[in-house]
Design a protein around this ligand. Structure first.
Ligand SMILES: *Cc1c(COP(=O)(O)O)cnc(C)c1O
Length: 344
């Protein structure tokens, strides 16, 4: 087949940074080991790129949300290291779990029944300690349907770990109180922000996601977590504007003087949403302001600070997640998971 020409946008993944972040979170987990939330295609960064790096760093526990996410993960790690957070919603999910060997996370009495009736086996169990999303109520842990389960990891999920909220200690106490109620091999409570709350929250296994990929949900992680994802795009055209010329849809930018501009080949279809308006790209530390509205596939930049740039040159969008979240008013999670599929 004819070879595909290289793309004009790319998502550079810093594999050393990803390794560093997992090791840092593993160390911060104290006596516990860190796993990895790899749902949503490793938060948008790509299972095929990120999973081998996490595995080679030493990670042995991987969490996806959907059953559809299992095959991609099994290309890289053994099934007994994979848990499916949303659990089984029908006999087909149960037979899929049993055929592949991945563990369902049981989130309700109904799911416990489905799993056991389908033949059961090792599973994880989510108990709700206050987020009221998924999970069995603490009072239901004594139910025969739950007592019949073969639980590897008994887990719960924190609602407010990125804040200094009384909710954190409350959930910790409730989770501790659940531990004697059901036989389990290991316990797990903390996500990325939960790890930063201290070793009390770590139990046997932690489940970081965001911070692996460069996010800093709490100030304690600032300076310890490295940026992993670097969106870059090539200039596909340059242009000389005269004073009074306008740029882009709805002509929202008017050139105050003659100026040189460049078009980069990425836009909101790639997850660079319109809330980036007023921001800038960079080239070797020089700022290239975004002019006018972000289009679906293109963004126009002011090249005043880098007059030598020409078609084919690459520029980068600053994607330090805490700064980018302030700039765009998106959450750090959204900034990662919106990134589109056209990046090379
Ligand atoms: C997504 C998720 C995580 C990871 O959370 P982060 O805040 O990204 O670290 C951990 N546990 C559960 C149950 C999740 O759904």
């Amino acid at each position: 087949m004819t070879e595909l020409p290289p793309p004009t946008l790319r998502l550079r993944i810093d594999s050393d940074a990803l390794t560093h972040n997992w090791q840092t979170l593993d160390e911060l987990s104290g006596g516990a080991r860190a796993g990895a939330a790899v749902k949503a295609n490793c938060y948008g960064l790509g299972v095929d790129r990120c999973l081998p790096i996490l595995r080679d760093a030493g990670c042995r526990d991987f969490f996806v949300a959907h059953w559809s996410e299992v095959p991609a993960v099994l290309r890289h790690v053994p099934a007994d290291q994979v848990s499916v957070l949303h659990g089984p919603h029908g006999a087909d999910h149960v037979s899929f779990a049993r055929a592949t060997g991945v563990r369902p996370v049981i989130d309700s009495l109904q799911q416990a029944k489905l799993w056991t009736e389908g033949g059961g086996g090792a599973c994880d169990l989510m108990v709700d300690t206050g987020i009221n999303r998924l999970g069995v109520a603490p009072a239901d842990l004594s139910a025969p349907l739950i007592q019949a389960l073969e639980v590897d990891v008994l887990m719960s999920h924190l609602a407010c770990a990125d804040e200094d909220s009384a909710m954190n200690a409350r959930q910790l106490d409730r989770f501790r109180a659940c531990l004697p109620a059901v036989k389990h091999k290991e316990a797990s409570l903390a996500n990325s922000a939960g790890i930063a709350l201290g070793e009390n929250y770590a139990f046997n296994l932690t489940r970081p996601g965001l911070a692996l990929y460069g996010g800093t949900p709490r100030a304690e992680l600032d300076g310890r977590i490295a940026q992993v994802a670097f969106p870059q795009a090539a200039l596909i055209q340059t242009r000389e504007l005269q004073a009074g010329d306008t740029v882009g849809y709805n002509a929202t930018f008017t050139a105050p003087r003659a100026m040189r501009t460049g078009v980069v080949s990425l836009g909101y279809a790639d997850g660079i949403l319109r809330s980036w308006g007023g921001g800038h790209f960079v080239h070797a530390d020089r700022k290239l302001p975004i002019l006018g509205k972000v289009s679906m596939d293109m963004i126009v930049l002011d090249l005043t600070e880098a007059p030598e740039l020409a078609e084919g040159d690459w520029v980068e969008l600053p994607y330090c997640l805490s700064d980018a979240a302030q700039q765009t008013l998106l959450s750090q999670y959204e900034l990662l998971t919106v990134l589109g599929r056209r990046f090379g």
